[in-house]
Design a protein around this ligand. Structure first.
Ligand code: MG
Length: 271
């Protein structure tokens, strides 16, 4: 920062016709090589409003859902009455998590994780979840579940209300990779929303990752993950791994400790 201030001082004592570019101080500051120039806005600036108004391409019309229900172009994964879109990870049998009377489903303890039959790449995902009002246990064992994008990158679900745990594993974290920007949960027993934008990583022909996947997460409308780079899988023990993959299922976690986490209004838009 000192060097930038020095550059500004130098600029202030130069003649008006001279342009002094700031010196490079560190990666977060401006360098000549990363200055962005929008070439399309060079030349003579338009003087009439219509010269900067576009009518193509046409923009798709999407009818929004109401109260968390799916918009018109979404793939509905759970709307309250059927688990047909889901199978158990372990043996690919029909998902048998519990259907609740209120149009939600609940983790069936020790039945194992469930995943979508359909595979997805880049998506916008909406889901709603609720931890039970009747609190049991502490830390990572209080209403722990999670949604795994591409079947391997977990956004943590946990009842963190008056229940601290390691911050890179709390609700809204990318598990053991990215600490959430806020703890935005409603009270236990109430419904939370997650809106997630996921972009897949890219791999070269040798199977090496050449571009990291990214995730943006809104928790109850509050930004908790801001376009973070995925460093790999999200294991409980060990480093993130980067297996080559294409599209994959969305997976919901059975933490196998009577989490009693419920889900509703799960839909996805492919991007
Ligand atoms: Mg979890």
């Amino acid at each position: 920062m000192k060097r930038v201030l020095m550059a500004a001082l130098v600029l202030s004592i130069c003649s008006c016709n001279e342009v002094v570019k700031p010196e490079v101080a560190n990666d977060n500051e401006v360098t000549e090589s990363n200055i962005i120039v929008h070439e399309e806005y060079s030349g003579v600036e338009p003087s009439k409003p219509e010269e900067t108004e576009l009518y193509e391409p046409k923009v798709a019309v999407v009818t929004p859902g109401k109260n968390g229900s799916a918009p018109s172009d979404a793939i509905v994964l759970f709307e309250g009455t059927s688990l047909d879109a889901w199978i158990h990870v372990q043996d690919s049998t029909a998902a048998n998590w519990n259907l609740n009377d209120d149009g939600s489903m609940m983790v069936k303890d020790k039945s194992g994780n469930i995943q979508t039959k359909q595979n997805f790449g880049d998506v916008q995902l909406h889901l709603e979840w609720s931890s039970p009002a009747e609190v049991q246990r502490d830390g990572q064992n209080r209403a722990n579940s999670g949604v795994f994008l591409n079947g391997m990158y977990e956004v943590q679900i946990l009842d963190n209300n008056d229940n601290p745990t390691y911050v890179n594993g709390q609700v809204g974290s990318i598990y053991k990779q990215h600490i959430p920007l806020a703890m935005a949960s409603v009270a236990a027993g109430e419904w939370n929303t997650y809106d997630i934008i996921y972009r897949s990583p890219e791999f070269n022909e040798a199977g090496d990752k050449i571009k990291s996947g990214t995730m943006t997460v809104m928790h109850n409308g509050i930004l908790v993950q801001d376009d973070v780079a995925l460093k790999g899988t999200t294991p409980y023990i060990g480093w993130p791994k980067n297996p080559t993959h294409g599209k994959g299922p969305l997976m919901l976690q059975d933490h196998q400790d009577n989490s009693r986490v419920s889900y509703r209004n799960i839909w996805v838009r492919e991007l």
